[in-house]
Design a protein around this ligand. Structure first.
Ligand SMILES: Cc1cc2nc3c(=O)[nH]c(=O)nc-3n(C[C@H](O)[C@H](O)[C@H](O)COP(=O)(O)OP(=O)(O)OC[C@H]3O[C@@H](n4cnc5c(N)ncnc54)[C@H](O)[C@@H]3O)c2cc1C
Length: 401
């Protein structure tokens, strides 16, 4: 389509930026529809990514379904039967939560728990955005920190953890810091795996100083694996962002994970032909609405509140942000909408950030004589279903239909 007039410029066509475009152009029932237009500028020339899966809780799926994406999502995503927590040291099951099984999550929260490839979600959002005919996507257009906002359209920074919008409007904010944790991610064909390692559930192995997650994606055809470990010597990685998403040489997986892994998990990890490595970075927790909106600029998703991956909620929070911002934009003039959005979102985002950090400590529990892991494992055995089902989180968002 040709150039559009818009009072909104979104920077970044990631999960949050595309979700905002869709929610803004296609408001949910009850909110008015008008001649909305917007521009998205994206730094990469092509939107594509390999190797990363996402778990999406019902709090995020409910929004995606309300934007008319249910059938597209169901064709590429997987609805896992259960969440199963194992001990990393001996493989024993510590706790389980039914997800699709008995319709548990759908019945309780009005939307399913889904697992899918990030690239599939991005493509579905992109196609829906293109179909609106009201969004101009400018690829290969990086926002430069010196760009400024001036009197042009209001700017939404959806440009991820290393946000250039944030750097230009919040110059006092520090750059993201290495967390000392590194993630390895891989996708393997389920057909290529021996039957015992194929899965219809989300499985998590909790160790001392590490954990591993495996779940089906691509309508169940592939298994997404994520292994995260504490790694002390991240200084070389911390000095540059260029190492983001690099091919891993397997040494990290071999030296940090395999020696302690139970036999079945070790065999699964060894069967993976190629890993990609993500050193994990984050920022301090959001402290007020002013951290998310300032004048004619607002941030959403990782640009506003990067999440450690221990709650699997980073993309979900970007989707919730998009929905709330679109709702505010439907209610009042743009600049006022940005501050209203930030007021409504910052506390929930900070709470999820905090819970993600805390989960990381629990997942990697490590103490003298193993007593911290033992206490964690005992709590999971006793209270697993309650601990694994955060109603305050999954019940948030639009009303259940
Ligand atoms: C190991 C790991 C596992 C994870 N698992 C989950 C999970 O299970 N569930 C979940 O919900 N989340 C998960 N996440 C988090 C999730 O991937 C992110 O939170 C989510 O992708 C953030 O979305 P976003 O739109 O804010 O940013 P992104 O998706 O990163 O998109 C940002 C976009 O902005 C563009 N951009 C960057 N700079 C510029 C610029 N200067 N100008 C223009 N464009 C720019 C980028 O190219 C990109 O397209 C995980 C993360 C990690 C590391």
């Amino acid at each position: 389509m040709g150039t559009v007039n818009s009072d909104l410029r979104v920077v970044g066509a990631g999960i949050g930026g595309l979700s905002l475009a869709l929610a803004h152009i296609r408001p949910p029932r009850g909110l008015g529809r008008d001649e909305r237009r917007l521009v998205i500028q994206e730094k990469t020339p092509v939107l594509s990514e390999v190797g990363a899966g996402l778990q999406l809780g019902p709090n995020a799926v409910r929004h995606l379904f309300s934007w008319g994406l249910a059938s597209a999502l169901r064709s590429v995503a997987f609805e896992p039967q259960r969440l199963i927590i194992h001990s990393f040291l001996n493989g024993q099951i510590l706790a389980q939560l039914p997800l699709a099984e008995q319709g548990r999550i759908l019945n309780q929260y009005g939307a399913p728990y889904l697992t899918l490839r990030r690239a599939d979600l991005q493509q579905i959002l992109l196609q829906a955005v293109n179909e609106t005919g009201a969004v101009e996507l400018q690829l290969n257009q990086a926002w430069q920190p010196e760009s400024g906002v001036g009197s042009g359209p209001c700017v939404i920074g959806g440009d991820g953890l290393w946000s250039a919008v944030r750097a230009s409007v919040w110059p006092e904010a520090q750059a993201p810091k290495a967390t000392g944790h590194v993630a390895w991610r891989a996708l393997v064909s389920q057909k290529a795996l021996p039957a015992a390692w194929r899965s219809d559930s989300v499985r998590v192995w909790l160790g001392p100083r590490c954990h591993v997650v495996a779940y089906p994606v691509a309508a169940g055809e592939q298994l997404n694996l994520v292994a995260i470990a504490n790694q002390k010597d991240l200084q070389a990685i911390a000095s540059t962002t260029a190492n983001w998403d690099q091919e891993a040489d397997l040494n990290g997986v071999r030296t940090l994970l395999l020696p302690q892994a139970p036999a079945a998990l070790r065999a699964l990890l060894e069967a993976v032909p190629a890993w990609r490595q993500w050193p994990l970075f984050d920022r301090p927790l959001v402290r007020s609405a002013a951290d998310m909106a300032r004048g004619r600029v607002a941030l959403l998703g990782d640009a506003a509140h990067p999440m450690r991956p221990y709650f699997a909620q980073g993309a979900a929070m970007a989707i919730e942000d998009a929905s709330e911002l679109a709702a505010a934009l439907s209610e009042c003039p743009t600049e006022l909408a940005l501050s209203r959005y930030a007021e409504r979102r910052w506390q929930r985002c900070a709470r999820v950030q905090f819970a993600s950090v805390r989960n990381g400590r629990i997942f990697h529990a490590n103490g003298p004589f193993g007593w911290v892991q033992k206490a964690r494992d005992a709590s999971l055995r006793l209270f697993g279903p309650q601990l694994l089902d955060p109603a305050w989180l999954y019940g948030g968002g639009p009303p259940l239909s």
